[in-house]
Design a protein around this ligand. Structure first.
Ligand code: PMP
Length: 282
C-alpha cells in the first residue's frame, strides 16, 4: 500500500512527493534530520528528539521550518494517515532550494519532509539472538554532534559490516571506539556499563539519554569513558542503542564472541526497561 508522505505543507501519495533538484539537501547535504520511533501508534521520546533538532538547526544557523506545535501535529498526522502502529517517522529539514552556491541563500526557504516506515521494533528477532558488529576507521567530519544528512561515511561503514556478515560497524578513532554508524556503543564489565562521554565526536543519542535515566533509576552503574576494541572483545556484554533498535544486544565483535555468545543479563534488563517505558509513552 502506498504511504502518505509530508512535503512542504502537503500530504501526498509517496509517488507524488518530490523536491527540487536545486535543494541544498541534495546538492550539499545542507540539512538535518530526526528519526522518532512509534510504538502502539504513539511517539517515543518525542521531546528529546525535538530538543536535538533545535540544537542541530541552531548549530547550522538554519531556521525552524514551522512552529514546534505544527511539527508535532505533522508527526501525529502522518502516523494517523498511515495507520502506523509500530515503526519510525523520518523527518528532514534542509536549507531549501536555491541556485547552486556554497554560501547560504539570502532568503532561505527551508524544505521540510516527513515519512513513515512500518517496522517491528518491540518483537525484533535480532534482540533475541543478538547481533554481530565489526570495527572500521571513523572517517567522518569533526561535528558528529550535529545530526546532518551527510551520511556517506556511515553508509560505507554499514555496507562494509554487511559484506562481512555483520549488522553494524563500530567506528574507531585514535585507538578507541566512537560509536556505531547509526547507533551509540556500549560494553558491560563486572556489571557496569561503559560508554563514551558526549562531545563533538559522537551523536547525543535520545535512546542513550533514556538509557541513562533508566539505569540510574534501577541502580545500574554507567561509566562514561572511551574503550578500545580490545577491551570490547574481553567485555562480559556489549550492546548498541538507537531510536529504531532501542537497546540491541551484541554477541560478536570482529569475529570474537562476547560473553557466552548470548545476550547477557544487563542488556536484557535494560531492553526490558526501555520497552516497558516505550509501551506507555506518548
Ligand atoms: N549515533 C549515530 C551516528 C546515529 O546515527 C544514531 C541514530 N540516529 C545514534 C547514535 C543513536 O541516536 P538515537 O538514539 O537518538 O537514535
Amino acid at each position: 500500500m502506498s504511504r502518505t508522505v509530508f512535503v512542504n505543507g502537503d500530504y501526498l501519495p509517496e509517488s507524488e512527493g518530490k523536491i527540487s533538484i536545486f535543494d541544498r539537501g541534495f546538492l550539499f547535504a545542507d540539512g538535518v534530520y530526526e528519526v522518532t520511533a512509534v510504538v502502539n501508534g504513539k511517539l517515543v521520546d518525542y521531546g528529546p528528539h525535538m530538543e536535538r533538532l533545535d540544537r542541530s538547526l541552531r548549530e547550522l544557523r538554519m531556521a525552524w521550518p514551522c512552529s514546534r506545535d505544527e511539527l508535532r501535529a505533522i508527526h501525529e498526522e502522518i502516523v494517523k494517515r498511515n495507520a502506523l502502529k509500530e515503526g519510525i517517522i523520518y523527518m528532514q529539514v534542509t536549507r531549501g532550494a536555491a541556485d547552486r552556491d556554497f554560501k547560504f541563500p539570502k532568503e532561505p526557504k527551508s524544505t521540510l519532509i516527513a515519512f513513515t516506515q512500518a517496522m517491528k521494533l518491540v518483537d525484533n528477532p535480532n534482540a533475541v539472538t543478538g547481533v554481530k558488529v565489526t570495527t572500521t576507521p571513523d572517517i567522518r567530519w569533526a561535528r558528529r554532534d550535529i545530526k546532518t544528512v551527510m551520511l556517506l561515511a556511515p553508509v560505507l561503514g554499514k555496507q562494509e559490516a554487511y559484506e562481512k556478515g555483520a549488522h553494524e560497524a563500530w567506528m574507531v578513532e585514535g585507538g578507541v571506539v566512537t560509536e556505531g554508524t547509526s547507533s551509540n556503543a556500549y560494553i558491560v564489565k563486572d556489571g557496569k556499563v561503559i560508554t563514551r562521554g558526549l562531545s563533538n565526536s559522537i551523536l547525543a543519542g535520545c535512546t542513550r539519554r533514556a538509557l541513562f535515566r533508566l539505569a540510574r533509576d534501577h541502580g545500574i552503574m554507567i561509566e562514561e569513558r572511551a574503550f578500545t576494541p580490545d577491551e570490547a572483545y574481553a567485555a562480559d556484554e556489549a550492546f548498541l542503542t538507537s531510536a529504531s533498535q532501542f537497546v540491541m544486544p551484541i554477541v560478536e565483535i570482529d569475529g570474537r564472541r562476547i560473553g557466552g555468545g548470548q545476550p547477557g543479563p544487563v542488556v536484557r534488563k535494560l531492553r526490558e526497561l526501555f520497552l516497558q517505558e516505550a509501551a506507555t509513552s506518548g
